[in-house]
Unconditional design. Structure first.
Length: 346
């Protein structure tokens, strides 16, 4: 993995959208990379969504990461170019292997259990052709399966913008909805293969220092939730995001003091959001793990002390919320205003 050290300091990257340049004189050559581990149950649907694209890709590269099911046979039957990794190495290594083998100048990633809408490549690749100064393009995601909802709009649509600060505050880019210029991926050595969680977020943070991002607010991908999915592990993803920010903080020691101060404030805000999330999850072990990340956050001692003082109240909070959940909805509605008034007086 290429360290973030040596990439440009963001300075004031929120100065507004970048101007549109003349459209690229040639169409992008598109390589689709599908990392897969035992996803045969969903792979047929993923491949069918590629087949249905209004803008078909130039090649499909399927990377089998040690599967023991019939995933590779399904991919071969669909006409994909099939690669294998040396054992179970994880999605980062699989995506990197596909990127290195790709013949296209743009790589679009689709996990084997997710799905694209028919206009995904047309919209997302079209943005890279329309804005050749942008290196990353993406659309929004719809969540299906065991979860529901959709990703909110994260950046201004249809215009290339400096995405460093939005990326530092949170992950704005759906992994299954992104396309990246291959030269940039190779320049950064791709995904960090030592990471099993938040590896995509780590890559966006590094890419955001090299290139503008551009997006559409249209939903162009469907993100499936199911029992075997790593991304359901909210604790490890949350910890991974904080670790990714910490790596950036360490590597940016030479950046100017105002930028460092702003970074530190964003890192503290992200940690507090994670602490709040763990508190609401009513899981003392997870909350203790979040508190233990204090050394990954600059100037965190005041916030740590404040949350540590609340820690003895967590069992009481858990008991109260379990009781609250058992009350009829009408009873809860009638009690909300008196409880809020009582808390304000306390």
């Amino acid at each position: 993995m290429t360290s973030v050290a040596g990439l440009h300091s963001p300075g004031t990257l929120d100065a507004g959208p970048l101007p549109e340049r003349r459209a690229s004189p040639r169409r992008c050559v598109i390589s689709v990379v599908i990392p897969c581990y035992n996803a045969g149950a969903h792979l047929v649907e993923a491949l069918a969504s590629i087949e249905s694209q209004r803008r078909p890709p130039d090649e499909i590269i399927f990377v089998d990461d040690g599967s023991t099911d019939d995933s590779a046979a399904i991919a071969r039957a669909a006409g994909a170019r099939c690669l294998t990794t040396a054992g179970r190495r994880g999605p980062s290594a699989a995506r990197n292997a596909g990127t290195r083998a790709a013949r296209g100048d743009v790589v679009a990633f689709l996990d084997a259990d997710d799905v694209w809408t028919p206009d995904h490549l047309e919209r997302v690749i079209g943005l890279l052709e329309r804005f050749p100064q942008a290196g990353v393009a993406f659309g929004r995601e719809q969540r299906i399966g065991l979860w529901a909802g959709e990703s909110p709009p994260s950046l201004p649509a249809e215009q290339p913008v400096d995405a460093f600060w939005p990326c530092l505050a949170g992950n704005p880019v759906p992994q299954m909805g992104v396309a990246v210029r291959r030269a940039l991926l190779l320049a950064l050595d791709g995904y960090d293969e030592a990471l099993r969680y938040a590896e995509d977020y780590d890559l966006w943070l590094r890419l955001a220092q090299l290139t503008p991002f551009v997006c559409t607010h249209a939903i162009t991908s469907l993100h499936r939730g199911h029992d075997a999915q790593a991304s359901r592990n909210a604790e490890r993803i949350g910890r991974g995001a904080i670790e990714a920010r910490h790596r950036l903080w360490q590597a940016a020691e030479q950046w100017d003091p105002p930028t460092r101060e702003r970074m530190a404030a964003v890192l503290r805000e992200g940690w507090e959001q994670y602490l709040s999330e763990c508190w609401r999850a009513r899981d003392p072990g997870r909350f203790d793990g979040a508190l233990a990340l204090r050394d990954r956050v600059p100037d965190s001692e005041p916030m740590y002390r404040r949350w540590a003082r609340r820690r003895p109240l967590l069992p009481l909070y858990c008991a109260f919320t379990r009781l609250w959940d058992r009350l009829p909805s009408g009873t809860r509605a009638g009690m909300r205003w008196p409880l809020r008034r009582l808390l304000r007086l306390a």
